[in-house]
Design a protein around this ligand. Structure first.
Ligand code: 4AZ
Length: 480
């Protein structure tokens, strides 16, 4: 965490390419078809003919030919008209479906469009049941449980009337947490959300079926909203309370969510943060070269890499790097690791809290970075975990020409000290940037990139974890 020479990288912005729109199936071209006869065809008798003769005159033959030609033209005309009407209908149908999709949502795999009212209504419409996933979320630092109402198509607080731990466990499990991680529920204020009503347990509710089918919209709620703790997160027995400038060694249990990600069971490469007994958050760039889970071991429970090397560690079952991670710009630099076997929580092994919806984490709260990264640029990694307090800067500030010149995207947070001297460095990547609010530690970022380490006006850049809220919860909810 010190200074070395400046070596600014370059960033390429890869622009989004829109798919070309398909032309309508029929585009009638003016001038291709012969114009239709102006007058109605009729038999013209040129000269008197014997009444009994059936023989046609040469003139009549010409007329008949003309009639046949006209009939042929009529048929052609009619079929063109029919095809044009069909094309217009197809276009209208396409617009209708598109409009439906624009208003509602579509199934991930099939692309099938659903009405908004089909989302979270308790009935599976998509092949992978994605219309019935992401139906619950936690809001604010009081962990208020909200359910998506298919009726009003908005998020509503869940009423605590008749609520119990079994409902809590069922919802936590639906949100992707492990049943064994469940802590408790509380009765909390719904704040301004209360005015729009609640989602309340229906009289015949039970613990077995999908939780969203057990809730219905209600304007009254005698108790308060449910506050739900799916995992005992964000608690530190030994986090430093006073400001420390520059990096210092951490004490055991200060940052119990910090893990070391090691290649081939021995080489520390990146950091990570425990968010549940099975899931670790890290950076996508850590897995660019080695993306096979079997190569990686997760070590936790001590500040000393040496001491942790005597333990087996945890095997990684799955590495999910963000699909839109861009190695050129470092946009979307986040990854999730699913462990083969769950971690056993202790005083030195504990998850950090994922930011809930509606939390403003970057507003001047004290933030800390931790890791086994180099103590100076290109320097060696220490054996003991280091910690440093940093300032979170606004994106606007960081993107100033003299600072990071527009390289900080929405998926990033920048933090450090503009005067230099405090920063993350090589080997800290993937590790946590945490903030404390309402007595709980929250994961604000994952260490991502920077221009060298601890340079003046070159703060470190972190993945913006709150920005990835839906991405994280989607992957945690997937069964396989
Ligand atoms: C790295 O290479 C790295 N100063 C991580 C963070 C920073 C620089 C480099 C931020 O892993």
């Amino acid at each position: 965490m010190t200074v070395i020479q400046e070596n600014p990288p370059t960033y390429d912005n890869i622009s989004f390419q829109h798919e070309e729109g398909r032309p309508p199936p029929y585009a009638p071209q003016v001038g291709i078809y012969p114009s239709l006869p102006q007058a109605t065809p009729s038999y013209v008798v040129a000269s008197p003919a014997p009444i009994n003769t059936l023989q046609t005159t040469p003139q009549a033959t010409v007329q008949n030919k003309g009639i046949r030609k006209c009939q042929w033209k009529r048929a052609l005309c009619a079929s063109i008209c029919v095809l044009m009407v069909l094309a217009v209908l197809a276009l209208l149908l396409w617009y209708f479906l598109y409009y439906q999709c624009a208003l509602g949502r579509s199934c991930r795999k099939s692309g099938r469009c659903l009405r908004s009212s089909q989302w979270c209504d308790g009935v599976i419409d998509c092949s992978e049941a994605e219309d019935e996933s992401q139906c619950f979320r936690l809001h604010g630092s009081n962990f208020m449980l909200q359910s998506f109402s298919s009726h009003s198509q908005s998020w509503m607080p869940v009423c605590a009337d008749k609520w119990d731990d079994d409902y809590g466990k069922a919802v936590c499990e639906q949100m992707g947490y492990q049943r064994q991680d469940y802590v408790t529920y509380s009765k909390t204020s719904a704040g301004s959300y209360a005015s729009r009503g609640f989602m309340k347990l229906v009289p015949e509710s039970n613990h077995r079926s999908r939780m969203q089918s057990q809730l219905s919209h209600s304007t009254s709620c005698s108790e308060r909203a449910v506050g739900l703790r799916c995992v005992d997160c964000g608690e530190s027995a030994a986090a430093p309370s006073s400001r420390i400038v520059g990096g210092t060694e951490a004490s055991n249990g200060a940052w119990p969510w910090q893990v070391s990600l090691q290649l081939f069971g021995q080489r520390h490469v990146c950091g990570g943060s425990i968010i549940s007994s099975l899931w670790i958050v890290s950076a996508a760039h850590c897995f660019e070269k080695y993306s096979r889970p079997s190569r990686w071991t997760v070590r936790s429970g001590d500040v000393s890499l040496f001491k942790m090397s005597f333990d087996d560690g945890n095997k990684v079952g799955k590495i999910i790097s963000h699909e839109k991670y861009d190695p050129e710009t470092n946009d979307n630099d986040i990854a999730l690791l699913k462990l083969d076997t769950p971690l056993r929580f202790s005083d030195t092994v504990k998850p950090v809290c994922l930011p809930n919806v509606g939390m403003e984490l970057s507003a001047g709260s004290p933030a800390w970075i931790t890791g086994w990264g180099a103590l100076k640029s290109s320097g060696r990694s220490p054996d003991k975990l280091n910690q440093a307090e940093v300032t979170i800067y606004s994106r606007q500030e960081c993107n100033k020409p003299a600072i990071l010149n527009g390289a900080v995207t929405e998926s990033m947070i920048c933090a450090g000290e503009l005067k230099g001297g405090v920063d993350s460095c090589q080997g800290d990547s993937g590790g946590p940037l945490v903030v404390k609010e309402a007595d709980v530690w929250w994961l604000a970022g994952d260490t991502s990139w920077g221009i060298d380490c601890a340079l003046k006006n070159k703060p470190g850049v972190y993945g913006n974890v709150a920005h990835f809220h839906d991405w994280i919860s989607w992957h945690m909810q997937q069964k396989e």
